[in-house]
Design a protein around this ligand. Sequence first.
Ligand SMILES: *Cc1c(COP(=O)(O)O)cnc(C)c1O
Ligand SMILES: [Zn+2]
Length: 405
Amino acid sequence: MPAVSLKCRICGTTHDLEGIGTCRSCFGPLDPVYDRADQARVTRESITAGPNSLWRYADFLPVEPLPNQALAPGLTPLVSAPRLAEELGIGELWLKLDTANPTHSFKDRGVAVAAAKARELGLTTLACSSTGNLANAVAARAAADGFEAAVFTPAGLEREKLIATSVYGATLYAVQGSYDDVSRLTVELSFELPWGFVNAALRSYYAEGSKTVGFEIAEQLGFQLPDAVFAPIGSGALYAKIFEGFREWKELGLVDGALPRMYGGQAEGCRPVVTAWENGEKVTPVRPATQALSIAIGNPADGDYAIESARASGGGFFSVPEADIADNIVELAHATGVWGETAPAVTFGALKEAVARGAVGPNDRVVLVVSGDGLKTPGLVSHLVEAITIPPDADVVLDLVGAAV
Ligand SMILES: *Cc1c(COP(=O)(O)O)cnc(C)c1O
Ligand SMILES: [Zn+2]
C-alpha cells in the first residue's frame, strides 16, 4: 500500500496511520501521505483494469480494501447535459451523478474507506455526526459489512433522511441543536467510546474518499482534466479533496491538461467560506439558517483548506439566495432530467452566477457535481404536483388534449 503516514496540515508533524482525528501536537487536521515512487507504477491501463468501483483507486487511498467487498460505491455516471450547456452558453457541461451511489450521495465513498480502517483497527461500531446523507451512508455500510451503527443528527432533519437511516437498523440520535452542536458532541464522545466515528477519529480516512470523485471525472473524460469544476461546500472536504485528487494525478503524469478552476457554492443562509473568500480572511463560524440542510455547517472543518484550493486553482466561491434553491432544483430537472437535492441546487446556482460574471463561458468544459439525490428532499418541490384526475376513458383524454374525435 503506497500510503505511509498521516501529516498535519498545520504544523507538518507526521503520525502513523492511526485512528486519530487530529494532530497530537497542535490539533490540526491530518492528511494521508503517499510514497510517490510506489504510486509511479500505476498506469492508466492498470487503473481501467481495476474493479468497477472506487477501489480501482486503492493505490491513492490510505487503507487496504476489505477482502470481501460488499456494496462498493463509486464509478458513478458522468453524463453530458447539452441542453443546459446551450441554455447557459458554456462549451460543455457534464454532470457527475453521485446520486448513483448505494445511498444516493457521495458520502458512500468516504464511509467505505473509513469502514475499511475501522475493521483494520478491530472496531465493531461505526458512528458519525451527520447533516443527513452521512447518516444514510454509515447505516448502510454497517449493514453491508456487519458493523453496529450509531448516528447523530440535528433533530430538525428532513424525514426522508431519517427514514433512510433507520431502515438499515442503525441507532439514530436526534440531537436538539445545530449540526455544529452535533459535531462537537460526537468529537467529545469519540474520546470516551470505542466506536469508529467516521468524521472524527477516522476523518483523515473518510475525507480522503472524496478524492475519488476527482479521479473518476478525469478518467471518464479520457484522462483529460476539465476546465472548471463546481462543487458544494459543507465542511469543504469534498471540494478540497476533488482538487487534491486532480493534483495527485497531475503530479504523477496520469492526466493531460491544466488543473481545473475549482468553484464552490454555499447557500446565502450559511456562507462562512464565501464571506471569508470575499474578505480575504480566515473562516469564522456562523449560525446556519438555510434550507440546504446537507451543507448547513457553520464551522466548516476544511473551510480554510477549501479557500487555499480555490486560490491555487484560480477558482472561487459564490453564494446562492435561499429563494432560488427550490427553483434551481426544478430548473436543473427540467433542463437535464436529473433531480438533485438542495446541495446540488446550490452548486447549480453557483454555476449560473459564474456564467453571469463571465468566469466560465463558451470555451469551457465544465463539470457540475450532483452530490445528492432530490428524492431525499422532496418537500421543497412537493407543491408542484398537479395531476389531472380523469376516468379511464379515451374519449375524455382526447377531448382534454384537444384532439378531434
Ligand atoms: C455532505 C454533503 C455535502 C457537503 O460535503 P462536505 O464534504 O461536507 O463539504 C454536499 N452535498 C451533499 C449532498 C452532502 O450530503
Ligand atoms: Zn499539528
